[in-house]
Design a protein around this ligand. Structure first.
Ligand code: AMP
Length: 216
């Protein structure tokens, strides 16, 4: 069972490539952002606690995030039916990365590969302005580069935290809190240049995956 982590600014394409690992390589896709949003939508205690944090573009505490991961990981690793798990948007701080290592080592696992999805603030703002999400299953579309089919349009949402000033704030937090992971994972890091088109990003990612597929 391989453990991959994806980090990078909003709009860099992490979710899209994680979906690809799921559909074509048998990975389980775990997005902490999706999990938190489903807690918010279900009005759970946790959801009510984190709603304003997410809407403002701030980070949920390391303690809450590590608790969610610890609660879910044993279910995911117990059945041996996945090639691996891709953690999309986690870890986002050094404290989360250290906490994750502790959780994994108690299960005789470790992070096998980290992927940095590298994107400038300008490109992040541009991508997120046109991003729309299918509220039923979190599928991601873009009004110009990847328009949703007619039947999906009524279900599309533009996330509250995808407003430009919040995207800028999220990018600043990314630089301060998440970018230090480049150093943390420097011995097993692959950088994906995400300034390119979606299909070029995918081609680049796919080539990286295939180059070490024999290890899966
Ligand atoms: P995302 O869908 O990955 O863009 O995440 C949306 C929001 O959920 C973030 O802006 C944070 O408020 C929260 N969130 C998701 N993952 C994490 C994490 N690993 N650590 C802290 N907050 C997170």
């Amino acid at each position: 069972m391989k453990i991959f982590v994806f980090f990078g600014p909003a709009g860099s394409g992490k979710g899209t490539q994680a979906q690809y690992l799921k559909s074509d390589h048998g990975f389980h896709h775990l997005s902490t952002g999706d999990m938190l949003r489903s807690e918010v939508n279900s009005n759970s205690d946790l959801g009510n606690k984190v709603k304003s944090v997410i809407d403002s573009g701030n980070l949920v505490t390391d303690e809450i995030i590590l608790d969610i991961i610890a609660k879910n990981i044993s279910t995911l690793t117990s059945g041996n039916d996945h090639a691996g798990i891709v953690f999309d948007g986690f870890p986002r701080t050094i404290a989360q990365a250290n906490g994750f290592d502790a959780i994994l080592s108690s299960m005789n696992l470790s992070v096998d590969q980290a992927f940095l999805f590298d994107l400038s603030l300008e490109a992040s703002l541009d991508r997120i302005a046109g991003r729309r999400i299918d509220s039923r299953n979190n599928d991601v579309y873009h009004i110009n580069s990847n328009p949703a089919p007619e039947s999906v349009v009524p279900f599309l949402i533009h996330r509250d935290d995808d407003q430009p000033e919040k995207v800028t704030h999220r990018y600043e937090l990314y630089k301060q809190q998440t970018q230090p992971l480049v150093e943390f994972y420097s011995d097993r890091l692959i950088t994906v240049d995400c300034e390119l088109t979606i299909s070029q990003i995918h081609a680049q990612f796919d080539q990286q995956i295939r180059s070490f597929e024999h290890k899966f």
